[in-house]
Design a protein around this ligand. Sequence first.
Ligand code: ZN
Length: 324
Amino acid sequence: MKDSTAVFRTEKRRQIFWGSLAVLSFCVMLAAAGMARQAGTGKPVSGIPTGSVQEENTEDFEMPGDTEGSGAASGNSVSDEQMPAKPEGDAGGEDIKNEAVQGGEIEDEVPADNAAGENSEPEETPMIAFTFDDGPYTPVTNRIIDVLSEYGAGATFFVVGSRIEQYSDTLKRTYESGFEVASHTWSHDDLNKLSEDKIREEFERTEEKLNQYVPVGHVLARPPYGNANETVRSVADTALINWSLDSQDWKTRDSQSIIDHVLATVKDGDVILMHDLYECTAEAVEYLVPELMARGYRIVSVSELFASRGRELEKGEIYRNALE
Ligand code: ZN
C-alpha cells in the first residue's frame, strides 16, 4: 500500500508538471503571435505628407524672387500684400472689441464643454473656421497646410486670381490636401469702387482660373477689405464670407501677438481671418492648431462650419460668424 501511494503521488506530480508546461507554452505562443501582429500594422500615419512637402518647398525656394521680402516687392504681389492690410483689419475691428469683452467668460466655459463632450449630454463641440487670404504664397501656404494636415484640421483658402498661375502647384496641393479653395477676386481691388461689369469680371475670371487647375466648380468668395455694398451684393453669384475674428497678422506681423489675440477672443462659430503671406502667420498657426484643439475647438472650413450649424449660405449675403 505504501509503495502504490508513493507511485500514485509521483504520477500525480508528473501530470501536474506536464500540464503546467503545456499551458505555459501555449501562453508564450499567444504572446508571440500578438507581437507579430502589432509589428505588422502599428505604423504611424503622420509621415505621409512630409516627403512631398519638402520636395515642393525646395522647388519653390529656388524660384527667384520668392522670399517674403522680394515677393512683396514684385509685380502683382505688391499691391496684393500691401493693400489688403488696413481696410480688412478696420472692417473687422468692431467685432473684435465686442469679443474682447466676452473673452474671460469664454475661457471659463471651455473646460466645462470638454467635460460634457465625452460622456453625457451632446452639447455641441465648439467649432471655428480658419481662413487664409491673399495667397497662394508657397513657403507660407505649405507650412500652414502641413500643420493643419498633421492635426486633421480644415480651412478655407481665399485665393487671389492673379496669383494662381504663378503658384499653381501650391494651389493644387491645397486642393488635393482636402482644403476648401475659394475666391478673393482677381485683382484684390475694392469692389465698392468698381462698375457692375468689372465686379462681375473679378468674380468670374477668378473662378475660371481656379477651375483651370483644380475642379472646384462654383466657389465662395471674400470681398477684399470685407467691402461689399449693395451693388456688389446684387452682382455676386455666391455667398460673401467676411470674418468675426481678425487675427491682425497683417498689422502686428508678430506670431506671439497673433496667438495672444486669437486665444483671448476666440469663440464658438468664429470665422478667423489670417493671411498665408507672412511667416509669422505660419508660426502662429503651428502653435494655435494644437492649442485650440486642446481647448476643445474643432477647426474646419467655412462651408463645414456653416453646414454643421444648419446655416445655408445664400448668394449675395454676407456672413461673419456661424452663430450670429
Ligand atoms: Zn485680402
